[in-house]
Design a protein around this ligand. Structure first.
Ligand SMILES: [Zn+2]
Length: 281
């Protein structure tokens, strides 16, 4: 199931890949006492006290159609089948349901190079890599590329799904605010990884932002100091999270989250009293 919203002349759609594994908040947020989850338990955790991240990408399309831009932000966990469900990823099926073939994607932007955001970027036939989106440029933050290319930081997901893009001639390393096309740009929000970046969509006075892993759980909207164990540098990730969420609240941006639940993953940051909270759209 996809959810679509328009931002000015753009249409942004969720592209579901798969449901993630069971997450124990005590394990993922070890610095947060279990009791601190109390006010958020009803909506941030499932009734069993765990939470499940969704793996997804987002499709950004110019509603003017024709030769307009088609951008895929993040490429899910990949084909699978995945151990925790025994089922394959669905990202290409979800794209197809939106009427888009892999060949129609002009740009793939990777918010960061963790495995659950890059899984479909490269496909393998008999061990030979090819770009799953054959006509796309793949935009990867230079800081992520350099960090995960170092032998001490190498991991299988990066080596399988990002490394081959260089030899395939489709990799474009980006730094800072990089214009992807008119009205669409990257916005550095480092900390989760060295090069983590959001994607900003600005059109006709409206602004949307695709946030990757700026936050993992909806409770972090109210508690931006809470950091999951996946954050590379928690000081930097906290600062990036605070700055972006403050701006999203102040300027009334529509936020397209990477991992929140189906049907409540798009929202606004609103304030009631001291703390901000998530208003799902
Ligand atoms: Zn993630």
């Amino acid at each position: 199931m996809s959810t679509s919203l328009s931002i000015g002349e753009f249409e942004i759609s969720t592209v579901q890949d798969h449901q993630g594994t069971d997450r124990d908040p005590a394990e993922i947020y070890p610095a947060v006492p279990v009791s601190a989850w109390g006010p958020y338990r009803d909506f941030a955790l499932d009734p069993d006290g765990f939470y499940r991240s969704q793996w997804r990408g987002h499709l950004i399309r110019s509603s003017s159609g024709g030769d307009g831009l088609s951008v895929l932000v993040d490429a899910g966990m990949g084909p699978g089948p995945h151990d925790h469900t025994g089922k394959p990823g669905e990202l290409l099926d979800s794209l197809s349901a939106l009427g888009v073939s892999p060949a129609e994607i002009g740009v793939v932007v990777i918010t960061h190079t963790h495995g659950d955001h890059i899984g479909w970027s490269v496909s393998y036939n008999d061990g030979v890599a090819r770009a799953t989106f054959p006509n796309a440029r793949y935009l990867v933050a230079r800081s992520d590329w350099e960090h995960y290319s170092r032998p001490e930081n190498s991991n299988e997901a990066f080596d399988q799904s990002i490394k081959p893009l260089e030899a395939l001639g489709v990799l474009e390393l980006v730094e800072g605010v990089h214009e992807i096309g008119p009205g669409v740009s990257t916005l550095p929000t480092n900390g989760h990884t060295p090069g983590h970046q959001c994607v900003l969509i600005e059109s006709n006075g409206e602004t949307g932002v695709v946030t990757g892993d700026l936050f993992h759980n909806v409770a972090q909207i109210s508690e931006p100091d809470w950091c999951p164990i996946f954050d590379w540098d928690t000081t930097i990730s906290t600062r990036s999270r605070r700055e972006l969420l403050d701006r999203a609240e102040r300027e009334e941006w529509t936020v397209f989250s990477g991992h929140l639940g189906i049907g409540k993953s798009i929202g606004k940051v609103v304030r009631s009293g001291e703390k901000a909270s998530w208003l799902a759209l």
